[in-house]
Design a protein around this ligand. Structure first.
Ligand code: PLP
Length: 388
């Protein structure tokens, strides 16, 4: 069956559990489920629908085009978009009723689109409280506010939100977050003084949602956490009450006994020390497996085995460390091989460590060549509400 060749199973029950848990953590603030970059590789439309079912109030994506794709799939919830370029189709953003994050120059483009469509644009003004990426610099904030107020009075925009993004919330002990919170409070106060009736103030990402209740304000923007992953180096998913949503698996596609001294894969970066059995795992960097993740664990038949030698475009090799199994009736050939997933499987974080990156990147890069299968066992059943 082709559907089991290479699969990222997406457990929508786990996703709904995570959303409900994050709602509890953030309460009384509401939850924006961040589904940019194809929901961190999990599939934007099914994830967005499940997140809304579980009580997310908003969706967040980076690009207007991502928001338009959600609207075309029939999703009517508020969707915030915040990363625009000179080539962005602001008309599409206004036409589809997307909420538009504005740092400065975008305002005039958005107003032009609203004027043309004779429909007010929904706007969230973004202050740079210290991240140094987009967001309006504090010294230009008053000018941005007065332009926004003028356009609002003309009926061309409706400013519903003020927001900013944190730089070091994944390291809760660092002092810079306090400075960002202070700058954010000042920016909100300035907006209110300028006559803007701010409906939603939002600052927190996943790490701040867990570690900084003082950052919750009216809405938290959570990405990583809804996928069941931890942003902290000293706490795992279970510590945070989260369940990993993606399980990435394939099957052992070849299995052979080799002598000591066998070179494995390109460059012979690995040679067997003793006679052993190698398993071929038919996924590689073309499937989004990080090429440098040699040493990462793969689960076969209840045990973990390390990736040995270089990871190639389509395949990688694991060493079973033993002989006499390759041709055994219950040998590894054809067995399920799990690269990462929930309890009992290797963790996304094991792959992130082997690849010198973060869990965010590992799941987000799993490529289109890997089929997404949506597991939805609890949908509509009593079990779905049991842990609400
Ligand atoms: C990606 C992103 C988020 C979500 O961050 P997580 O750490 O995944 O929760 C929130 N806000 C903005 C502006 C983002 O770009």
């Amino acid at each position: 069956m082709t559907s089991t060749e290479r699969v990222a199973e997406i457990d929508l029950d786990a996703l709904r559990h995570n959303i409900r848990h994050l709602r509890d953590v953030a309460h009384p603030a509401r939850v924006m489920a961040v589904v940019k970059a194809n929901a961190y590789g999990h599939g934007a439309v099914p994830v967005a629908r499940a997140a809304l079912e579980a009580g997310a109030a908003w969706l967040g994506v980076a690009h207007i085009s991502e928001g338009v794709a959600l609207r075309r799939a029939g999703i009517e919830a508020p969707i915030l978009t915040w990363l625009h370029t000179a080539g962005t189709d602001f008309t599409a953003g206004v036409e589809h009723g997307l909420d538009l994050g504005i740092s400065g120059w975008e305002l005039e483009r958005v107003v032009a689109a609203a004027r043309e469509l004779e429909r007010p644009a929904i706007v969230h003004l973004k202050i740079d409280t210290g991240l140094g990426r987009n967001g309006c610099p504090p010294e230009k904030w008053d000018a941005l506010l007065s332009r926004a107020v003028a356009h609002q009075e003309e009926g061309l925009i409706r400013v519903v939100g003020i927001f900013s993004h944190l730089a070091v919330a994944d390291e809760p002990a660092r002092p810079e977050t306090d400075l960002q919170v202070q700058a954010f409070r000042e920016a909100v106060a300035a907006a209110e003084n300028a006559g803007i009736d701010v409906e939603v103030r939002h600052l927190a990402n996943t790490p701040a949602t867990f570690s900084r209740p003082d950052c919750h304000f009216d809405l938290v923007r959570v990405g990583l956490g809804i996928y069941g992953l931890s942003p902290f180096s000293d706490q795992d998913s279970a510590d945070l009450g989260l369940r990993p949503v993606m399980t990435f698996s394939t099957t052992v596609s070849n299995c052979k006994e080799v002598p000591a001294g066998q070179g494995v894969s390109y460059g012979y970066a690995y040679r067997t020390q003793k006679p052993t059995t190698l398993g071929l795992i038919p996924v590689g960097y073309g499937d989004g497996v990080p090429r440098i993740a040699t040493g990462a664990p793969v689960l076969v038949g209840g045990r973990m085995y390390p990736v040995v030698g270089r990871i190639a475009m389509d395949q990688l090799v694991i060493d079973f460390g033993t002989t006499g199994i390759a041709d055994a009736p219950d040998g590894p050939l054809g067995k399920r091989a799990v690269l990462f997933g929930g309890a009992g499987s290797p963790a996304v974080e094991d792959w992130a460590a082997a690849a010198q990156t973060i869990n965010y990147e590992v799941v987000t890069r799993i490529s289109d060549r890997v089929e997404r299968i949506y597991l939805d066992p609890g949908k509509g059943s009593a079990g779905d509400d049991a842990d609400a």
